[in-house]
Design a binder for this molecule. Sequence first.
Ligand SMILES: [Fe+2]
Ligand SMILES: [Fe+2]
Length: 292
Amino acid sequence: MQKDQSFIEIIEEYVESDKITLPPFDKTALRIQQEIQKKDVKLSRIEKLIIADPAMSSQVLKLANSSFFRGLSKVMTVRESIIRLGLDEITRMVMILSQKKLYTTKNSFIRNYRNILWQHALVCALVSQWVAREAGFEETTQEVFFASLMHDIGKLFLITVIEKIKISKEAAFMPSKTVINEIINSQHTRQGYNLLKKWNLPDQYCQVTKKHHDKKFDNANVPLIILRLVNKTCNKIGVSIEARNDAANSVTAEANFFGFSEIKLAELELQIEDSVKRVSSHYNIGKSVRKG
Ligand SMILES: [Fe+2]
Ligand SMILES: [Fe+2]
């Protein structure tokens, strides 16, 4: 490291040297994602994939027996869990569980940042599905869920890099939270895109990550437009790490694309608020999120 390097240059050096990578994309999650997109989805195939992953199996069982299903009989097998939760919910859960691992840290410096990021990703994913249904794109809900869950993965990657730089003491001093946020906001779409490409995820997901903050959107990419609408609304009402910025958070173009009225947009805000509560109770996620 050279003495007069800027903080951004140190980050770039870390990224390019491959000193830091996020763990590879969870194989079980990826295979289930591929399986669910087939026309004849086989429950037995999904069951096999989950059983082959003991950690995933135990979490699926735990969820099927969670307080949400209190009053129903205890389920003992992965198959019974799939039947209780349904294939769509199981797929969502597998994605959520595989992604959640990436967001946990022992480092208090970034723990709250990661928690807010995780809550934002999850709420965007759940509410994007609602928008897909309301806008008449029911058939895209799985794709929309996954694309939205991953859209800010570049932020997670960058905060991991910054955490490592802090531990290594390679930077002369650590910039303020505001500066760190600025760096992450300006770099995360590019870094996220590179990461998803590295993970060999389908291009439609990579594009959503890459283009979700572009000034204009591609009319042919429905998951992208849905995520933009939800993401900006989350930012506007504070379910996000991003600063509120009314001009940047205008949803007029996206709302017009789907023919969403003011009333529908108000419903969307309610859906977001509702999901924040839901991810805390049902998924037991985000309880530790503190603002600021
Ligand atoms: Fe973003
Ligand atoms: Fe976002």
